[in-house]
Design a protein around this ligand. Structure first.
Ligand SMILES: C[S@@+](CC[C@H](N)C(=O)[O-])C[C@H]1O[C@@H](n2cnc3c(N)ncnc32)[C@H](O)[C@@H]1O
Length: 245
């Protein structure tokens, strides 16, 4: 079941690229410890993070298994190289990469195979950085509106959580959190909610009914201000480690 959900984003590749929000520069700067490097992003999707990475790295290879996500990626930026591949099977040579990145995707990967594959492609001393853009659950309406994201089926890994425990070749993980706000109207919030895997996994009737209830919830608990938006709080949870075999 986890594999089917992990590959569900392609069904909404176009919407995904417009409703998800890229992280702020402060998070990018922490994740990219040393710019001017050869970088690989695994699970690159439509390139939301890759386009930021390409502004600081010398060379970037985006790896994405879903061809619909890759097609949307190329519409948005044909200059960045995006190739078919997975975190568990990275199309890069041994010892050839300075840094590997994963944004909003690490929880979909098989950790044992992914760590082994990253150790294969990274040069000794290279880095691995992992991040998630999350809704700030300390804001009550956001915690309630996005509650479905916390209700993980058995066997699913938790977004936001990363560890190198038991991975002798990787240094203990460092964590950093960047908080930021963005005004969003109700339609945008509903579109964003619709882009998450638990909602994508619903049947049509269930999804329609669920989104109707969530629309009502916003009207009651997160009314739009006079400019038509609601101040929406995000946290980018960032992790990094180095490969020192
Ligand atoms: C939530 S999207 C994140 C996309 C992008 N990193 C971003 O910041 O918007 C997760 C992506 O991981 C991809 N994915 C799922 N399983 C994967 C795997 N085993 N290896 C690499 N990518 C995978 C999906 O196809 C999807 O494009």
């Amino acid at each position: 079941m986890i594999e089917a959900r992990a590959r569900g984003f392609g069904t909404i590749a176009g919407e995904y690229a417009t409703v998800r929000v890229p992280m702020r520069t402060a998070a990018l700067e922490w994740l990219v410890a040393s710019p001017r490097q050869s970088a690989v992003e695994i699970g690159a999707g439509t390139g939301l993070f890759t386009r930021l990475l390409a502004t600081v790295a010398d060379s970037v290879l985006a790896v994405e298994p879903d061809e619909r996500m890759r097609a949307e990626f190329l519409v948005r930026d044909p200059r960045v190289r995006v190739v078919d591949g997975t975190a568990e099977d990275i199309p890069a040579a041994d010892d050839s990469v300075d840094a590997v990145y994963s944004v909003d995707s690490w929880h979909w990967f098989d950790p044992d195979r992914t760590f082994a594959e990253i150790a294969r492609v990274l040069r000794p001393g290279g880095s691995l950085a992992v991040a998630w853009n999350m809704h700030d659950r300390s804001v009550r309406w956001e915690a309630e509106f996005f509650a479905i994201l916390d209700d993980l089926p058995a066997g699913f890994r938790r977004p936001g959580w990363f560890t190198t425990e038991g991975r002798a070749a990787f240094t203990p993980q460092e964590r950093h959190v960047v908080r930021w706000n963005e005004p969003m109207n109700h339609e945008r919030l509903l579109s964003m909610l619709s882009s998450y895997s638990p909602v994508l996994a619903m049947g049509q009737a269930e999804r329609t009914e669920y989104l109707r209830r969530q629309r009502d919830y916003l009207a009651r608990c997160a009314p739009e201000a006079s400019d038509g938006t609601v101040d929406t709080a995000f946290t980018t949870v960032c992790w990094r480690t180095r490969y020192l075999p």
